[in-house]
Design a binder for this molecule. Structure first.
Ligand code: ZN
Length: 118
């Protein structure tokens, strides 16, 4: 009886955890240049002639700054973007603003994971 009850609760909690998960960022591919206004909760990937040049997003801390991540391997610093089958993307390494809000986060599967390091 207790086993069944525990089983039921773990099932319930897994459902709740799923519902509470924030909606992932959508990945938007744009050619050549970024639009003037970026949508929140969107990762923009700029490509030209099939080459990913940069990724950009509004800072997730809501400070309103646009974060630019260079994707060209021969320039530093440089990030790697991975696209997943569910339509989300991941960035590597973490994004760390050295000025302003000093946001430091990982971007994985369309989710912002804040780093404790600041
Ligand atoms: Zn910020």
């Amino acid at each position: 009886m207790i086993d069944r009850l525990l089983g039921f609760f773990s099932w319930l909690f897994s459902k709740l955890a799923f519902w509470n998960k924030p909606k992932p960022y959508t990945t938007i591919f744009v050619e050549d240049c970024l639009p003037d206004n970026l949508k929140p909760k969107a990762l923009y990937v700029v490509h030209e002639h099939g080459t990913f040049e940069q990724a950009a997003m509004l800072c997730p801390c809501t400070c309103g700054q646009i974060l630019h991540m260079n994707l060209l391997q021969d320039e530093r610093p440089c990030w790697k973007v991975t696209h997943h089958s569910d339509g989300t993307a991941s960035l590597h390494p973490s994004v760390w603003r050295q000025k302003g809000c000093k946001s430091h986060f990982w971007f994985r599967n369309g989710q912002v994971i804040w780093s404790a390091e600041r």
